[in-house]
Design a protein around this ligand. Structure first.
Ligand SMILES: Cc1ncc(COP(=O)(O)O)c(C=O)c1O
Length: 393
């Protein structure tokens, strides 16, 4: 536990476990410890039933059918299974990704590139454009052809919150006969996620990004109209229709199901309330810090996650500010938690055309449904005071 309570504004890295989610998980960590693969006794059968209830909850949350949901250890594993599993069915087929994808997509694509699959990385609109961070569908259309096996475009960016125009993307991708994978790790609970509406053939989800537990995720694999075939990447007992072997993480899966159910129950009121707090935070900061800039789309646009803020401070190193904020009880970060051990300027901000210096002077603030108005006021005051101490203005 932190020495004193933190104001937690790092909800793109992970979210607090919802106490109601913990409650439904606890029995599966204690007395109900059966293996969901054991069909010969009650402990196994009840575990299997709990997994199927969770599968239904996840499917309902994303407008899929339960047989299209494969449980994994998190979005990273789902993404690896989607990209490598689809690519290995068409050796040498082109893979198209967006330059601002999460490392789980970019590094998997780079791995495939080393094995002989050509990879195209699409640029995004610059910070000066109407909607910074958006891909250009004409560029996408020009980048793909019948040799393309898979296109991966994230629904919601984890640094600047931009939401991509997936229905348009899907039409272009399917016209060429390619598959569309959508990284939805940041999306659940922040707005509706409908795998049909976004035209996804494959979509990745994470339990811990929507107030569920860590170490669990899901991959949506379309089985209606088009049947998507993947080669498994983990071999063994044949669980999850042979797509992902390994004893199922029953407590985690139960928690993820409940977290998805609760996230969807909060729509649209919760994201609207979170957006209002986020806007308040920006306003307070912009009033207090001269020269403060917003990275990514305008807050009022429909094309930004309601819980996301990414700000650029005039000539103040983001890392220095984050350390000062941490000393004063505010938790935030500069970008993806996965790359924070190798502090380099964010590839997402560089893709927007920011300079190294501008990217280094930027921090990301992520709110959640547990953020309160009092916390936001306090965090804004704390940040304004920290900037003043560190810059003298
Ligand atoms: C957009 C995005 N994709 C994938 C991941 C990886 O998710 P997980 O931690 O469940 O592996 C993250 C986590 O930061 C993310 O933000």
């Amino acid at each position: 536990m932190p020495a004193k309570p933190f104001i937690y504004l790092d909800n793109h890295a992970t979210t607090r476990l919802d106490p109601q989610v913990l409650q439904v998980m606890l029995p599966w960590l204690t007395d109900h410890y059966g293996n969901a693969g054991s069909g010969t006794h009650a402990l196994g059968l009840e575990a299997r039933e709990a997994v199927e209830t969770a599968r239904q909850q996840v499917a309902t949350a994303i407008a899929a059918t339960p047989r299209e949901v494969v449980f994994t250890s998190g979005a990273t594993e789902s993404i690896n299974l989607a990209l490598v599993g689809a690519a290995s069915r068409r050796p040498g087929g082109r893979i198209v990704v967006v330059a601002t994808e999460h490392a789980a997509v970019l590094d998997t694509a780079a791995h495939l590139e080393r094995q002989g699959w050509p990879v195209t990385r699409l640029p995004v609109a610059s910070q000066a454009a109407d909607c910074p961070g958006l891909i250009d569908c004409e560029q996408l259309a020009a980048a793909i052809d019948e040799q393309t096996v898979l296109v991966s475009v994230m629904l919601a960016n984890n640094e600047i919150g931009v939401l991509q125009p997936l229905a348009d993307v899907a039409a272009i991708v399917h016209d060429c006969g390619a598959l569309l994978h959508v990284d939805c790790a940041q999306a659940i609970g922040n707005g509706p996620v409908d795998v049909d509406a976004i035209g996804a053939d494959l979509a990745s989800f994470s339990g811990h990004k929507c107030h569920g537990p860590k170490g669990v995720g899901a991959l949506y694999v379309r089985r209606r109209e088009r049947l998507v075939r993947l080669d498994p990447q983990v071999f063994g007992g044949g669980q999850e229709r042979g797509l992902r072997s390994g004893t199922l993480n029953v407590p985690g899966i139960v928690g993820m199901g409940k977290a998805c159910e609760r996230a969807v129950a909060g729509l649209p009121a919760v994201p609207a309330a979170v957006a209002a707090l986020r806007d308040r935070l920006w306003q307070r900061l912009a009033d207090a810090v001269p020269g403060l800039r917003l990275n990514g789309p305008a807050l009022q646009s429909d094309l930004r996650l309601p819980n996301n803020l990414n700000i650029q401070l005039p000539q103040l190193d983001g890392g220095t500010l984050l350390a000062e904020l941490s000393r004063h009880g505010v938790a935030a970060s500069a970008g993806s938690a996965c790359s924070s051990e190798h502090p380099r300027p964010s590839h997402v901000l560089l893709a927007l055309g920011l300079t190294d210096e501008e990217a280094r002077c930027s921090i990301r603030l992520g709110l959640s449904r547990f953020s309160t108005a009092a916390e936001i006021e306090q965090a804004a005051d704390c940040m304004a005071a920290a900037v003043e101490r560190l810059t003298g203005c």
